[in-house]
Design a protein around this ligand. Sequence first.
Ligand SMILES: [Ca+2]
Ligand SMILES: [Ca+2]
Ligand SMILES: [Ca+2]
Ligand SMILES: [Ca+2]
Length: 616
Amino acid sequence: MKSLAPTLLLLFGCFVAPELIEDDGGTSLDVGLAVDGGNSDIGRAVDAGTPTWLIEPPSGTILGAASDLEIDTSGVQVELLVQGLVDTEFGFYANDELLAAGGTDADGRARVTVTLLHGRHELELRAGTDTQSHTLLLDTVSPTLDVEVESEPARLPWLTWTDVSDADGVGSNDDVQVELQINDGPAQRIETILGNDGGGRLRGLNLGTHNLRIRASDEAGNRTEIQRQVTVGLLQKRVLQRAESPLATKPCVGDVNGSGLADLILVRSYALGTITVNIGSILAGNNGLSTTTATTFTLMGRNTASCLIAPLIDNGRNEIVIASTGSQNDGRFEFLNWSTDAGEIRTFHVMTESRAIDGSVGLNMAFYPGGLAALPGSESVRDALVLQTGTRFLRFFDLGRLNHDSPSQVSDVAPNSLVIQLANNASSDMLAVGDYTNTEQPALAIVDRRADEGDGAVWVLNSGLSSGQSYALNENESESPFSPTLRGGSSGMVGNYPRTVRLSPDGTDGILTTYNNRTQLIVHQINSEPILLDVPETVGLISDLSACDLNGDGRDEISVVGGLRHEIRWGDGSWTSTPIQNRPKYTVCTPDIDGDDVNDLVVATYDNRNSVFVLH
Ligand SMILES: [Ca+2]
Ligand SMILES: [Ca+2]
Ligand SMILES: [Ca+2]
Ligand SMILES: [Ca+2]
């Protein structure tokens, strides 16, 4: 394509600002090609014995930047290809003024050039007694376009485009296509990316600054381009608390006060002489995290082991479950209904059975929707609260039990519950819930890195189990359905900190764990080869993982903390380190905590203030 735009500026002056013009060799409607090389024949129609002249480009054509036009300083030169009577002289006139003259050859063909300005041109071909009108529209004016973008760093920066018009008197005012190109990616129709409302939020961008080109093109190919930049950022806030003792458990998150925003629960342990006191605190989600002050509540158990937030009661919000050891080897699960007034926090609790095989609480708790089969006389599966009681047992606790007054017991006599014996001792985090089997029903993954003599195995349960039964996970193939669904196959292939991860928006969930002695990651998916993910060495030995979509594109980001620092793996596979480097310990993905409709991250450290940060 010839360099049209700069010459047009000479011809017509500054009809658009120079920085908005781009010459990038875009698509060209090459009107000159119709008879180039003499091979094609534009033909000669005969209508009732009257010769009709064929002219290219045809009458009504809109010519512009997309056409292969010859330009000089006196106007836009348009080459017309003519076919009619042989060896005949002709001329093109506008208002009786001769614009171009020529003569056809022995094949009846000729080429002439007319010089035109922007606008509609009613031409007339005169050849002997033949006359024929011919309209050409020349559009050298680019469309209008205005673009605004979010100026502050944001996770999903917004972009609006307005004033899209081509009201230049030639052709349609509205036939304008707007495209968006992000960095070096392909240009796409902006509506495909941001919808039809003239604005939207840019998804799938990693941390950092991104270059945007927004181009409006009219039907003649004239373009207006605007360049903008947006910056994707994570804001970091430190949670303010009255006390600074170490966290007793990994933080847990969920909307416990019904505000629609997730809340953050932290449990810390304090030594008072020989007594350990557990204090819970809540940072209520709030718009923009304008407050990061946490309020506290008291817990009864001795040593807190784990924390879970789940919809246990049908009240449109979540409850808090805290598992802790009690006195005399009794474990204890406390269920808290949050209230803004600490004195009105309603607490249920259940005890594990003293001196029995399942007498202590473990780390593992999970909310497993549909984990319990329907009771006789009912068709509804029931949601299960999965609690680790004892080193080798999981109990599916029936939530209806929460209507009973505490204390009650989690034991063999707990109504409508069931017990699963694990293949090995469970001394670490081993449960995850997700859509691993591509069914409507969420599945429970029990991830045991000790199974198969250290190769590791995963049991995936995806249908409700019957109340009152005892089950045992078995490593042998023959004992379906309680044999492993996935096996590591070699040492280190099934690791620690199992989490649910979705690597592509239309895939199924995978199970993410550490790999290779906690220095790398692996994703297991049923019926697929595992996917290895290299972790930057700067992380050190991995101490916790979480996964969720942080930039709104349906691909989960993975948050990794290790002995040395905190890094995020973006959905496209690139890594970004955050400023948190002082002994990061836990990382938790949380549903939106600050009101921007995007998931957020919590990172807790063992620094000298036991800091907890929210990255939002
Ligand atoms: Ca135009
Ligand atoms: Ca809330
Ligand atoms: Ca993502
Ligand atoms: Ca958010």
